[in-house]
Ligand binder design. Sequence first.
Ligand SMILES: Nc1ncnc2c1ncn2[C@@H]1O[C@H](COP(=O)(O)OP(=O)(O)OP(=O)(O)O)[C@@H](O)[C@H]1O
Ligand SMILES: [Mg+2]
Length: 429
Amino acid sequence: MFRNFRWQIAIWFFALSSVVYITLSLAGGAYFYNSLSNSMDHELKVVGSQIGHAIDLSGSNPTFRDWLREVETEPARSVMAMQLFDSNGKLLEHYGPTGIPRLITNRTEATTGSESYRIFHSKLTHKGSIVGHLQLQLNTAKRAELTKEFLLTMAYMAPFVLLGFGLCGYFVSGMAAKPIELLVSTLQRLVADAGHELNTPASIVQARAQSLERKLSKHGHYENDLKIIANSAERMGYIVKNLMVLAEIDSIGNAGKSARDSIKNKAKTGLQEQIANAVSEFSERFAEKNINLEVTTIEDALAVTDRESLQCILANLLENALKYTEPGGKVTVSCQLSATAAQIKISDSGIGIPADDLSRIYDRFYRVDKSRSRSSGGAGLGLSIVKAIAERDGGSVAVSSTLGKGSEFIVTLPIDKTTLVAQNLHTRF
Ligand SMILES: Nc1ncnc2c1ncn2[C@@H]1O[C@H](COP(=O)(O)OP(=O)(O)OP(=O)(O)O)[C@@H](O)[C@H]1O
Ligand SMILES: [Mg+2]
């Protein structure tokens, strides 16, 4: 249970960290890309603002002054395209790389073929009238390359960072689980110890009350009180025993995989024989209540569950079917095999379970109709034991039910595939 809990937290931590890392990487990439664009714009603006005095506006069209051509060390010159257009947008001359040879006044970035450029544009005026345009362009290839490099670095770092997050998650979840683990194991020990301590006095009270009931049966007026004491003691004993069963299953669940495996390896039980035993134990009580108990297909195999646990599962489900089916009803038991598991089905034509309660019937002490189950001695522990045993042994339990029509419980248990014997029986009890 705690191993699962720890792994679950670690996996969640890892998954959320991965999402955060990927999101941050993409956001970082976008921010980086944006910063590079801004810095290109800044560079264009600086050059644009300083280049004005290198343009001769005295003629009919603007021209670059000769000395500009001689400035070979201009830093931006090798990558920046400088273009002069006349007032109608016709390219007059360009300097540096070709860039996009047309005037672009409404955008800060433009693309031609596979190349993309950041654009700076300014109008050239002489004596109050527009005589042309200056356009500067910077190729964005470097920006794409740097952004790609940033994202690739984040991607290369991802396995290490995420592994680090995973390890931290596992470590932190271990620390977080410790106090809870301590609390739950204390609680489980408390239930188990209390169970052991209460078991003996409860049995003594029950036995003594029954003996007194017999001895004083002649004095009629004590009989009723003693019956109540005996029944209550019996019910107490039943609850204590069931709590002890659950505490034991929990302790095995917490003991780790190796302990569970060693129990599994010891426990193998013939399904056909155990189902027949359980059914024959209950047949008299079913007959007394006038409920038809029928066994249909039973395919035999060795279930990877010990005899006592299998009996406990069958007894609880048959007890429920008996308790929650009216006289004249029908209960059917079957067992079918798949390649790896056995499906034991117990269906009844009983009172059924409301859809809203279906998910809660496996909770400890949960009863759909409390007054009814209490009067029939139910504590709401039977199905939680069935589920705990099935899951401990690698199986599961499922239910389908229609209110007023009946219920079907399906217990799936792993089987030992090496001893698979298929056999069909059709028996009526
Ligand atoms: N076959 C069934 N038909 C209708 N209701 C059922 C059936 N089996 C279980 N339930 C409902 O689910 C509840 C839980 O069942 P569970 O076996 O855990 O407890 P219980 O039978 O009340 O008490 P306990 O099994 O401890 O004696 C029951 O109280 C009952 O309301
Ligand atoms: Mg029950």
